[in-house]
Write a protein that binds this ligand. Structure first.
Ligand SMILES: Nc1ncnc2c1ncn2[C@@H]1O[C@H](COP(=O)(O)OP(=O)(O)OP(=O)(O)O)[C@@H](O)[C@H]1O
Ligand SMILES: O=P(O)(O)OC[C@@]1(O)O[C@H](CO)[C@@H](O)[C@@H]1O
Length: 312
């Protein structure tokens, strides 16, 4: 059986809501859509569980408010291997305006001590031996040294698992030094990383190719409603997602896309089917406040509207 783990070093409870228009500096009344145990790797694992792939989940959780997370992991049948640290897991606020624009307020969260990090890295090197796919997703909590993070990611690859990595800013930069097997930056994250402003697809493609040349096998650049590009040394595919007119929240679209890739890899889908599936499930994600899908059948109309083209 294919073994999958997701790692969320800095999880969050997502408080998701909706408002006509956010007035900065004013009191805004927000309609509550939900409070969800989340964070990128946890979102990936939740979507995978809905698709029948039960992952191991690990990372750090604040000991003071671990209950909702533990309950969620049990509900989804996830193998909970999180390490507890003192304090609370952060709450992130996500508000969608009527025009579909989402404002994220991502807080910093707990600190991880050197001893916590050492114990965690030692544990994961044993725990994850024999895993096929390990998705490392999201930001780093305070206290984790960037060079130590790079070294640990390299160690994960030497265990024999394929490392899938989705992060941003300094953590993205540090993680890329370990040459993960698949990365999924969005185009803004790639702009920040390369210190460029992309004006067309060719420029995005060129940046992705540089990452291939560096040793990253799969570079998937997501571009929100404009779709995505999957760039490898052997092929380049471009996907256009369905047009979604009822955007509820785009939070977790990228995580759903990562889950779609892992599901497709586990099930041996070919490249075109993989990008179609990942695009369909990520487009479906924006029609709801949380992530997930009740059945594969729900995705069929979305799959039918995805357009995948082989660019090279
Ligand atoms: N408005 C939309 N309509 C249709 N599909 C969408 C829309 N927004 C996102 N998607 C789908 O989700 C994928 C990932 O979206 P995006 O590029 O916004 O990821 P992201 O910024 O990593 O998301 P997040 O960090 O919020 O999870 C896109 O490539 C696309 O397939
Ligand atoms: O601060 P990070 O770790 O980069 O991102 C955290 C986060 O925005 O990512 C998920 C959506 O992708 C949310 O569930 C969560 O709040």
């Amino acid at each position: 059986m294919t073994k999958v783990a997701t790692i969320t070093l800095n999880p969050a409870s997502d408080l998701v809501g909706k408002v006509n228009f956010i007035e900065v500096g004013e009191v805004n009344s927000v309609e509550t859509l939900g409070l969800y145990p989340a964070g990128k790797g946890i979102n990936v694992a939740k979507v995978l569980a809905d698709l029948g792939v039960k992952a191991t989940v690990t990372g750090f959780l604040g000991a003071d408010n671990k209950g909702d997370f533990e309950h969620e992991f049990a509900q989804y049948g996830l193998d909970n291997q999180f390490a507890l640290v003192p304090g609370k897991t952060r709450v992130n606020i996500k508000v969608t305006q009527e025009d579909g624009e989402v404002t994220d307020l991502n807080f910093q969260g707990f600190s991880v001590s050197a001893a916590d990090w050492q114990a965690f890295t030692a544990k994961t090197k044993t725990l994850l031996a024999g895993y096929d796919y390990v998705a490392v997703c999201g930001s780093l909590p305070k206290g984790i040294d960037l060079a130590d993070f790079t070294a640990w990611l390299k160690d994960l690859s030497t265990l024999g698992c394929k490392v899938i990595f989705d992060s941003s800013n300094k953590a993205l930069e540090a993680g890329l030094k370990a040459n993960p097997w698949l990365i999924k930056p969005n185009y803004r994250e790639l702009e920040v990383l390369t210190n460029r402003k992309f004006e067309n697809t060719e420029q995005v493609l060129a940046a992705a190719r540089e990452l291939n040349a560096q040793g990253i096998t799969n570079v998937v650049v997501s571009m929100g409603s404009k779709g995505s590009l999957w760039v490898t040394k052997d092929f380049v595919y471009q996907a256009q997602p369905p047009k979604i007119t009822n955007v509820v929240s785009t939070v977790g679209a990228g995580d759903s896309m990562v889950a779609g890739f892992i599901y497709s890899l586990v099930n041996g889908l070919d490249a075109e089917q993989t990008l179609t599936f990942a695009s369909a499930i990520s487009a479906y994600a924006v029609t709801q406040g949380n992530v997930g899908v009740d059945s594969l059948a729900t995705l069929e109309p979305f799959k039918a509207q995805v357009k995948v083209t082989k660019v090279q």
